[in-house]
Design a protein around this ligand. Structure first.
Ligand code: NAD
Length: 349
């Protein structure tokens, strides 16, 4: 078997810890770099045939030919979403694999945590208590029980979120371009139109991928269709929401709460320490000023179980490639894996 020479971009100490632990079962030679993959850092892949990247590393159309010239034959994404690569261009050139599922619980539980924290104002209560202020004024919440939750995207994560919220006694409305009617029937909940999710929900949680169709799906006109004071949760991808329109909707009270684990221009800031610097992104800076907005740095996936699974699946994907096995986790541009799965162990292309 040819030897994989692997370079990991955009790594943090926790990535190294979990990958090194799992790598004891694989024995690969891995170089970890802190650098983010971008057009100006691409030369760092020289000498490696496997490139492992994360959510904010980008592969544009223009980068594919240089990557091939440098000898990259496999791109291994250590994440589920792949909106950061130009899939159409890479598809016929370099095999690209991902980790389609590692812990839907990590992300769904996090989305629900954002709902609870925003509703009961835990972020404010914590700072208040640290200031020896034990009052309750301004911390009034509402029972989630009996309220309506709208789940947009009912794949692995959305279905777990729906189950948890149903357990709270909420009415759960589902929307997906490909409804899972069996799931809805089993749960005793229903699929409705997107407009019905918007108009009836007290809480809306986004769990669909970022695609050209879902880009800015929450925008000025969708906000207008929602209840006044609605809570919006985004653990999907930042650009599902038009952040500038969100600021306007927060200012006029249309949106009552926003829980954002992702932000459309997050790549410059998220995962990095700017505590001795400043934020030059005025949209992000403005969003950070709202007391009814909680922003976190793309951390919904960040559980021990998820990191272990990510490491194991990524290394297994690399092993499969170099052993000439069928790449079960290859991202298929042509059929989105529908035909590949039907053909069992064969690519549709
Ligand atoms: P999944 O593929 O299992 O489910 C996605 C669902 O979205 C599918 O059912 C699909 O039919 C649906 N969908 C596609 N286009 C849609 C549209 N236009 N409107 C409504 N639904 C649509 O994916 P998943 O594992 O549940 O993950 C969902 C998303 O969560 C990922 O794409 C990723 O962007 C994001 N994610 C975020 C984190 C984080 O740490 N914040 C971690 C993992 C995944």
């Amino acid at each position: 078997m040819p030897v994989p020479k692997i370079v990991f971009f955009d790594t943090k100490p926790y990535d190294r810890e979990f990958f090194e632990s799992e790598n004891s079962n694989f024995g690969f030679n891995i170089k970890y770099v802190d650098t983010r993959l971008a057009p100006d850092t691409i030369s760092e892949v020289k000498g490696f045939n496997v490139l492992c990247i994360f959510v904010n590393d980008v592969i544009t159309k223009e980068m594919i030919s240089p990557l091939k010239d440098y000898g990259v034959e496999l791109v291994a994404l250590r994440c589920a979403g792949y909106n950061n690569i130009d899939l159409r261009s890479i598809f016929d050139n370099i095999h690209t694999v991902r980790v389609p599922a590692y812990s839907p619980y990590a992300v769904a539980e996090y989305a629900v945590m954002l709902m609870l924290a925003l509703n009961r104002k835990i972020h404010k209560a914590c700072t208040r208590i640290r200031d020896n202020n034990f009052t309750l004024d301004g911390l009034l919440g509402f029972d989630l029980h009996g309220k309506t939750a709208g789940i947009i995207g009912t794949g692995k994560i959305g279905r777990v979120a729906a189950k948890i919220l149903k357990g709270f006694g909420m009415e759960v409305l589902l929307y997906d371009v490909k409804p899972d009617n069996e799931f809805a029937e089993k749960m005793g909940i229903r699929y409705v139109s997107l407009d019905e999710v918007y108009s009836k929900s007290d809480v809306i949680s986004l769990h669909c991928p970022l695609t050209p169709k879902t880009h800015h799906m929450l925008n000025e006109s969708s906000f207008l269709k929602m209840k006044n004071g609605v809570m919006v949760i985004n653990t999907g991808r930042g650009a599902l929401i038009d952040a500038k329109a969100l600021i306007i909707a927060l200012k006029d009270g249309k949106i009552g709460y926003a829980g954002l684990d992702v932000y459309e221009e997050e790549s410059e800031y998220f995962f990095e320490d700017f505590s001795s610097s400043f934020i030059s992104d005025d949209t992000l800076a403005r969003l950070m000023t709202f007391p009814n907005v909680i922003i976190t740095s793309h951390q919904a996936f960040f559980t021990k179980e998820a990191l272990k699974n990510i490491a194991n699946t990524t290394l297994s994907n690399i092993k499969d490639y170099f052993s000439g096995k069928y790449l079960a986790n290859e991202i298929c541009y042509k059929c989105e894996r529908k035909e590949c799965l039907k053909k069992q162990k064969q690519r549709c292309f």
